[in-house]
Design a binder for this molecule. Structure first.
Ligand code: SAM
Length: 289
């Protein structure tokens, strides 16, 4: 079958169907087959895999996935792309195309129905505006997912991998590293897309850990503390926790807690490692009882 991810074929499909790109849906279609190969390799797709693809566009990645996986469920928000997808990849019996918003999709039910509740792989050239919400949803809600291989803005991939002390380090870095081992694969220049985005992208694979990096922690409180600490980066950890934390603790109690884990009361959230956030959470929880 003809490869979709070439500049000439993509242009032909767009013109024949009088399709116009919608910026608000982050529509930048991949036109480079080497990058597609790299995504399939990074995700280690095999004939055993059930894959959830977010935003198939005109089907370039969907086609590669269908040829390598057992099954592909492709969720596309833009109703104008559905008849196009039926033409470009409709002949593959293992592709299930759905016109839905991934942010409103019951992913647990989908995994239950489509893969008997067994873990799936998520693969996507993500529209930039939903990158953080969808990745956080998959991780924080413990969806049954083996790995997440996504094309994201290069800066976002750097934030996912950033270690404490770096300017890119934040709540997203902590959530990703708490649940996953992140592996950045390729940097992708704007010329690999139609239309060209303004910034470079990167393919990153998040391999879900069997167990999160911290054990026995109150996860809800941990992520509350983390989000609070990075909510206002210029403020000290103490002020962020006291003003926004709603932890039911006095400023003096918070100073004692911060010092008890070996930190200065003037420290900022960005200086704390995941382990230190864990210690802080445990101390806060003890005092709240
Ligand atoms: N996978 C295609 C490719 O690589 O060429 C298209 C990628 S394009 C960056 C993002 C795709 O996601 C578009 O087709 C867009 O319409 C779709 N999309 C945007 N928001 C979405 C959402 N909330 N749910 C599902 N699909 C969405």
């Amino acid at each position: 079958m003809e490869r979709i991810a070439t500049p000439s074929y993509t242009k032909k499909i767009i013109e024949q169907n009088s399709f116009y790109f919608k910026k608000n849906f982050g529509q930048n279609f991949l036109i480079d087959s080497n990058i597609l190969e790299n995504i399939i390799k990074s995700a280690q797709i095999t004939k055993e895999d059930c894959v959830l693809e977010i935003g198939p566009g005109i089907g370039s990645l969907t086609q590669e996935l269908a040829e390598n996986a057992k099954k592909v469920i492709a969720i596309e928000i833009d109703k104008h792309l559905i008849p196009i997808l039926k033409k470009t990849v409709g002949e593959y019996p293992n592709i299930d195309i759905r016109n839905q918003d991934i942010l409103k999709t019951d992913i647990d039910a989908l995994i239950e129905q489509e893969n008997n509740g067994n873990s799936i792989k998520v693969v996507a050239n993500l529209p930039y505006y939903i990158t953080t919400p969808i990745v956080m949803d998959l991780l924080e809600n413990h969806r049954k997912v083996k790995s997440i291989t996504v094309m994201v803005q290069k800066e976002v991939a750097e934030r996912m991998q950033a270690q404490c002390g770096k300017k890119e380090y934040g709540a997203l870095s902590i959530a990703v590293q708490y649940y996953c081992e992140a592996e950045m694969n390729t940097i992708v220049p704007p010329s690999c897309f139609m239309p060209k985005p303004k910034v470079s992208s990167a393919v990153i694979t998040l391999h879900l850990r069997k167990e999160p990096i911290l054990q026995g922690i109150n996860e809800t409180l941990f992520f509350h503390v983390v989000k609070c600490a990075f909510g206002q980066r210029r403020k000290t950890l103490l002020n962020s926790l006291y003003n926004q934390g709603e932890l039911g603790l006095s400023k003096e109690e918070l100073i004692e807690i911060i010092q008890s884990v070996g930190l200065d009361e003037k420290v900022r959230g960005e200086k704390l490692s995941i382990e230190q956030f864990g210690q802080l959470t445990s101390e806060i929880e003890k005092r709240q009882v």
